[in-house]
Design a protein around this ligand. Structure first.
Ligand SMILES: CC(C)(COP(=O)(O)OP(=O)(O)OC[C@H]1O[C@@H](n2cnc3c(N)ncnc32)[C@H](O)[C@@H]1OP(=O)(O)O)[C@@H](O)C(=O)NCCC(=O)NCCS
Length: 191
């Protein structure tokens, strides 16, 4: 897997080739988001999306959920066929691909404004890649007359959606495969 996630900050980097006078103190380096390209889903994306879904839930999920909850969320590698069916049911699915053409994140928007999935490959997490996908889905919604958006956001995704204008409607506590878990019903008002 590609590992081109930029450093968020680095106070110890070698400045000799940077052109910055020696002795200058640096505590934060502004970096560019990773180079990804957004494009519509293609049928041959389904296996990579299924793998990404499992890797993302299993690797990023433990940041905010217990091991039991993560296991209930993604009990086994997902079936690419089910991703193909979902992506071809009338929803809009966008993928972000990295410089090597591999799927780095994906998200989808149903015709009624429901954002169903938004998943980022673990090695690209925290770098704003899913944000780029979400921005594009919001733009697509606006361009096609879908005025109000809604989502059931995980603990991991809640603050990203808040940054994009979604508000929490309610916390949803439910049981998934026998395990209590929660997420947040969120809505983005018409703009
Ligand atoms: C939710 C998710 C899509 C966000 O993708 P992303 O591209 O990492 O989004 P961001 O770059 O905005 O970072 C999200 C958060 O992770 C934090 N983060 C920083 N470094 C990180 C790292 N190495 N790994 C994971 N998260 C990191 C960021 O600080 C940010 O926190 P904040 O939102 O509280 O500010 C991603 O975490 C994911 O795929 N999670 C699993 C699936 C999921 O929960 N999907 C949402 C369903 S609605």
């Amino acid at each position: 897997m590609a590992t081109n996630v930029p450093e968020r900050s680095d106070s110890t980097m070698d400045l000799r080739r940077s052109g910055i006078p020696s002795g200058a103190k640096i505590t934060e380096i502004d970096t560019m988001p990773p180079q990804v390209t957004l494009r519509p889903y293609r049928p041959d994306d389904a296996p990579a999306m299924a793998q990404l879904y499992f890797d993302s839930a299993r690797t990023l999920g433990p940041r905010r959920y217990t091991p039991e909850q993560v296991a209930a969320w993604a009990p086994a590698p997902a079936d690419p066929a089910s991703f193909r069916v979902r992506a071809e049911d009338g929803r809009t699915t966008l993928v972000a691909v990295d410089a090597q053409g591999a799927v780095a994140a994906y998200g989808d928007l149903e015709p009624d404004g429901h954002v169903d999935h938004l998943y980022c490959r673990p090695d690209m997490a925290g770098a704003g890649v899913a944000e780029q996908v979400l921005d594009a889905l919001i733009s697509h919604a606006q361009a096609t007359g879908v005025r109000s958006l809604y989502v059931e956001a995980s603990e991991l995704a809640r603050s990203l959606f808040e940054r994009k204008g979604f508000e929490v409607v309610e916390r949803r506590d439910f049981v998934l495969r026998g395990v209590p878990i929660h997420n947040y019903a969120m809505r983005r008002a018409p703009t």
